[in-house]
Every structure is written in structure tokens, then in C-alpha cells.
Write a protein that binds this ligand. Structure first.
Ligand code: ZN
Length: 284
């Protein structure tokens, strides 16, 4: 609890929080102190001081002082526990990782609402509901994620920075089955496979993560690498769990092989002839 509290206060410094709440403070001298009108009561002469280094406030007008949580207790009229929950929500909506996680959950919830998405999965041979859940397969209909995440408190600016929303303000993924891309079990990107006529493969900008399910697959002495998510899903469904997938990022395999220094399974590439030549089976 104590550590979490410190982490929360570091993630959301008191001065940043106050500025988010439109508090205007001027530097008081050369040090880390800022002064402005007290947000806790009406006043005309500034008596509210914030020490940015110590992350503390003190008001000479009302005599109140303390840290970020104390300030939230006083300004929002919440208990200590409620203030913590409130601040956790505040810091989560500023976190790009949380936005990606929420987007993935939202897309998974859409899958059953769009028969065309289910039909496409079936056509590709993926039928097992438990597997669909395990692979966290979702569907992006387009036009509804932005509204959903804004309602949860995420800013449009953050959604643009993650690439979930494009510079024009529209959902980036449209009519695509969506698979989360993970790095060390953390979602770092989303891969969208078009079910329509648009370009087949689409990622959000930024890092694309590990080979699919690498943390579990790497435990096998020998591993099969396939190009597409549907190849992986169908093989997993048939019981072949030692299969990973490059998500059509062939150049990734070379860089991955070069960087692998830990436990080294034997990788066989099962790919179209075009790309197989560049990725002959090799021992890491
Ligand atoms: Zn005051």
C-alpha cells in the first residue's frame, strides 16, 4: 500500500494535478515553490504554496496543508480511500498502456455483435470459443471506439498518440479482426486483419511486440513459426501449441534470431514459398 501510494504520487505530481485543475501558480523566488490563489476557499491575495520538490502544499489563509491525496480529500470532499480510487482513475486515463488494454477489451466485446466477423473467423477455420477468448480476438467495426474511450475519460490527444484514433479523429481500425500484440505480457500494439477489401494487415504506430505468445511457446524444445494469425489459431485449435506467429513481419524473424540470447528452441518456419526462402530453419 505504502509503495503504491508513493508510485501514484510520482506518476501524478501535485503541481501537475493542480494545473490539470486549472490552478495558476507563479514561481515564488528561485526555489521549487509556487504560489497562487487557494483552490480550497475564496481569496483575493495568493496564499497557497506548492513545493514541487517535496510534492506538498500549504495555505497560509486556511492553514490546510499536505500531499496530493490530502488535497483531493479536501477539494473533492472524499475519504482517504475514495481519494485514492479517484486518483488511480485519473492516472489510468493518462496511461497509453491502459488505453490499449481498454481498446482490446472493447473490441473483444464487439465480436459477438457483428455476425460478419464471426462468419469470417469460421471461414478461416477458427471455431473454438475458448481459443478465441484465449487469443483475445476482437472486432473493430470502426466508428465506435473513440466515443467509448472518450466516455471513459481518455483524452482525444492520448488516443491520437496511441494511434487508436487517426489525425482526422476517426477510429484507426475499421472492419478488422483485432489481435493484441504483446511484449512481456503487456499489450504494446493491436494488429488488425481486414475482413473487407481494405489492405489486409494493419498495425498501430510504434513497437509491434514479440512473436505471438512467445512467453509460453518458447518453453517448447522446438517451435514452428507461421506467418499469419489464422495459421496459428487453426494449429493451436488442432492441439499444436508449439506454434508462434510473425504476424506477417518477416524481417522481424531475422532481428529476433539475432537478439535471442536466452533459452534457444529450434525454430522451423512454415511459410509461403516466397518468404520461406529467406527464413530457412535454423538453430538459435
Ligand atoms: Zn486556503
Amino acid at each position: 500500500m505504502g509503495e503504491d501510494l508513493e508510485q501514484l504520487k510520482q506518476q501524478l505530481p501535485l503541481l501537475d494535478y493542480l494545473r490539470q485543475q486549472n490552478w495558476i501558480g507563479q514561481r515564488a523566488g528561485q526555489g521549487p515553490e509556487f504560489v497562487g490563489l487557494c483552490p480550497l476557499h475564496p481569496e483575493t491575495r495568493p496564499s497557497f504554496y506548492v513545493n514541487a520538490r517535496k510534492n506538498l502544499f500549504y495555505c497560509h489563509g486556511c492553514g490546510q496543508g499536505g500531499d496530493l491525496i490530502r488535497f483531493v480529500e479536501l477539494s473533492q470532499h472524499l475519504s482517504f480511500r475514495q481519494s485514492l480510487a479517484y486518483l488511480e482513475r485519473q492516472s489510468a486515463v493518462a496511461d497509453p498502456d491502459a488505453a490499449l488494454r481498454q481498446a482490446s477489451v472493447f473490441y473483444q466485446q464487439q465480436l459477438d455483435r457483428y455476425p460478419m466477423a464471426r462468419r469470417y473467423l469460421e471461414q478461416r477455420g477458427v471455431r473454438d470459443p475458448a481459443l478465441i477468448q484465449e487469443l483475445q480476438i476482437g472486432y473493430a467495426p470502426g466508428g465506435s471506439l473513440r466515443r467509448h474511450l472518450l466516455a471513459q475519460g481518455y483524452s482525444l490527444d492520448l488516443l491520437r498518440r496511441t494511434g487508436l484514433v487517426n489525425p482526422q479523429g476517426h477510429d484507426a481500425l475499421y472492419q478488422r479482426l483485432v489481435f493484441p500484440c504483446c511484449q512481456d505480457s503487456r499489450i504494446v500494439n493491436l494488429y488488425g486483419r481486414s475482413i473487407g477489401t481494405a489492405f489486409a494487415h494493419r498495425f498501430l504506430p510504434g513497437a509491434k511486440g514479440d512473436l505471438v505468445a512467445w512467453e509460453s511457446v518458447r518453453q517448447f524444445p522446438s517451435v514452428i513459426l507461421v506467418e499469419g494469425m489464422f495459421d496459428l489459431a487453426v494449429l493451436w485449435q488442432a492441439g499444436f501449441r508449439h506454434v508462434t506467429c510473425s504476424l506477417a513481419r518477416i524481417s522481424r524473424l531475422t532481428s529476433f534470431v539475432n537478439s535471442a540470447t536466452t533459452r534457444a528452441p529450434f525454430i522451423s518456419a512454415l511459410m509461403s514459398t516466397q518468404t520461406a526462402a529467406a527464413n530457412r530453419p535454423r538453430r538459435l
